[in-house]
Ligand binder design. Structure first.
Ligand SMILES: [Zn+2]
Length: 244
């Protein structure tokens, strides 16, 4: 039984994730501030256009925050061991979108000064914004320490099987492929990093690393060729009986 490897975010990845989370928090803070301003100042018939402008700005900030937050989670994912913490960390974008729009929606529909028309138009736009912000904030494939660990171990085994036990691969900053060969046609003109499968997962901050199909085909071919060169027991026996 091979020793199981464990995903551990590098200090660089953790630092970068921390920075992204800070910017996400800032975007959400501005979104909530915008919402409070809209509730206090903009729910009137005369300011309906500004109310709609505010809703659009709040939505952009909420979506930006979710985007940065998801990126941070891919660099430094949560553990699934604590279910509540994992849910909150993974789905914070959706939670923040609800916080940024639900109170506003309620205030628009219950306001005494706004006309029915204003309520109808601004309220409908706010509900659409709530849905867009909420859905884009959901992480449908949340990364986790456990998922990364499982992927590292299965991909390391697959690579070793193809390369006669070598856990050494190549990758580029842009793609999501892990290459066995440095001269693979897909990375020929790129800035290439190298290391183990685990190194790639810890350095890249993406949750969909895959082994390059071209490299797999090439490794399988060279493995088959190598096996052809070594005669099997049956072949040796056949050769022996032919001599007799
Ligand atoms: Zn390749």
């Amino acid at each position: 039984m091979e020793e199981q490897q464990q995903f551990v975010a590098t200090p660089e990845a953790k630092g970068k994730a921390k920075q992204l989370r800070l910017f996400a928090m800032l975007a959400w803070l501005l979104a909530i501030a915008g919402e409070i301003f809209a509730i206090v100042k903009l729910i009137h018939d005369e300011t309906m256009v500004w109310l709609i402008v505010a809703i659009v700005v709040i939505l952009l900030l909420a979506v930006l925050g979710s985007y940065l937050w998801k990126k941070a989670n891919r660099l430094d994912p949560a553990s699934e061991k604590n279910k509540v913490k994992f849910f909150i960390q993974s789905q914070l974008g959706a939670i923040m979108a609800v916080l940024a729009f639900l109170p506003l929606v309620i205030f628009i529909f219950t306001d005494k000064n706004a006309s029915g028309k204003t309520k109808g138009i601004a309220g409908a736009i706010a509900i659409v914004a709530l849905l867009i912000g909420g859905i884009s904030g959901i992480d449908f494939t949340p990364p986790s320490v456990e998922k990364y660990t499982e992927q590292i171990n299965s991909q390391t085994a697959e690579i070793k099987d193809l390369t006669n036990g070598q856990d050494h691969i190549f990758w580029t900053p842009a793609g999501n492929k892990l290459h066995i060969y440095e001269d693979c046609q897909h990375i020929r003109n790129s800035d290439v990093s190298e290391g183990t499968v685990k190194d790639a997962w810890e350095a890249r901050g993406i949750d969909n690393n895959e082994i390059c199909k071209t490299c797999i085909a090439r490794a399988e071919k060279s493995k088959a060729n190598a096996e052809d060169e070594i005669p099997s027991v049956e072949e040796l026996q056949e050769a022996g009986s032919a001599i007799e």
